[in-house]
Design a protein around this ligand. Sequence first.
Ligand code: MNH
Length: 455
Amino acid sequence: TTAIPHRPGRLPVVGDLLGASLRTPLQSTMRAGAGLGPIFTRKFFGLEIVFVAGIDLVTELNDETRFGKHVGLGVERLRAVAGDGLFTAHTREPNWRLAHDILQPAFSAESMRRYHSTMLEVARELTAAWDHATGPVDVAADMTRLTLETIGRAGFGYRFGSFERAEPHPFVTAMIRALRYAQLENVKLPFVRRALAGSAAQNQADIATMTNLVDEVIEARRREGGEARDLLGLMLTEGHPETGEQLDPVNIRNQAITFVVAGHETTSGALSFALYYLTRHPELLEKARAEVDAVWGDREPAFGDVAKLRYVRRVLDEAMRLWPTAPGYSREAREDLVLGGKYPMRKGDSVIVPLPMLHRDPTVWGPDPEKFDPDRFEPAAVRKRPAQAYKPFGTGERACIGRQFALHEAVLALGIMVQRYDFEADPAYELKIAESLTLKPSGFTVRPRIRERAT
Ligand code: MNH
């Protein structure tokens, strides 16, 4: 057995706590792991966490016969919010497969086709707001308006009214705080935790805000009935394709919270990073715009026009390479085994894959992994890379169920923004990334100005 490297200067009792940034655990991990190679550990009090960031070891971890999803760290903490909803469920809980099989049809090609007009309607609300913007707009806040409205309407037939509000919807405020609270699960010092994450009472109130809202949404649908085959419709009426078993009311509430949160938070960040990189690289913005002009012209895209924006898609892929907005996942050993021929693991032992580090592995991405270059996602380049090199949507049977939804929505929205506006960004802005389990650029603003030809 081989010792796993860690930063020098590990202290008794507190371990690697000094120098760790509790507000930004992912970025803290990236700094701690720099130069340590494909596997390293960090220790906080009695807890030692193993991180795996190199392609060969991650390829092993993604082998579903030897490893599976581990519900650990922040995700375990989120069970207070989302219970046995799809994201936080243990694979062994019967409700995971039941809900997975019932909800899968909501993400079929046929369903995506139905969401298109809703996605377009919400994008129009964004452009209506931006057309009249008198000053800089906060990109992450507006992308959150867009994605929250989209999942609300497409999944639940519910309008949050995000574009009519000056402040974020109370659900979002409660959610961000609840996610931060969960993120600080491993902070053992109660006063530090409280200072950073708020009190347990506040957390209970935030969970209640979220639960009450989804209860209201579910109640309204039960009252009004209707034939909608959206997520909520499937949850309330559909049985398992083989057994006919239906979801129970508590699980439906857990799924509703799960989908409202998972269905908007990460897509919002991905769009925000993509726009950030486009404003930093005017020549790439021009290239994206030339594509949109050629493929869409001045028209609104039909469903089939969205997937034709190959370059816009690569911009998003590359943004999610550098800053995958769900920045990691955990894997656990299905049995006693040896990882990489060197590191013994007992059944149930787990490790974390910090995706921004995997996505910068120099053996895969070359000598300048920090460079933003959408051409890395040209089909010929993708074919040359190992299959497990790029995992922004996770891996295996527990990978993201909403991937197609997110990509259709994001390509559509980015296409429309590029089609309609020139962007003036503050050249002095330096990328600052806020973490609340997911990643978002913080304080990034642009002034959108309608292009001459788009009026
Ligand atoms: Mn999504 C799981 C990333 C958009 C609903 N999602 C995951 C995982 C990653 C992920 C990574 C796996 C986590 C793990 O292994 O612990 N998701 C994303 C990203 C985007 C995204 C980067 C946007 C960009 N996700 C969406 C959207 C929805 C959604 C949109 C819903 C409409 N995601 C889920 C659900 C799961 C999940 C539900 C859990 C699936 C399961 O375990 O069965």
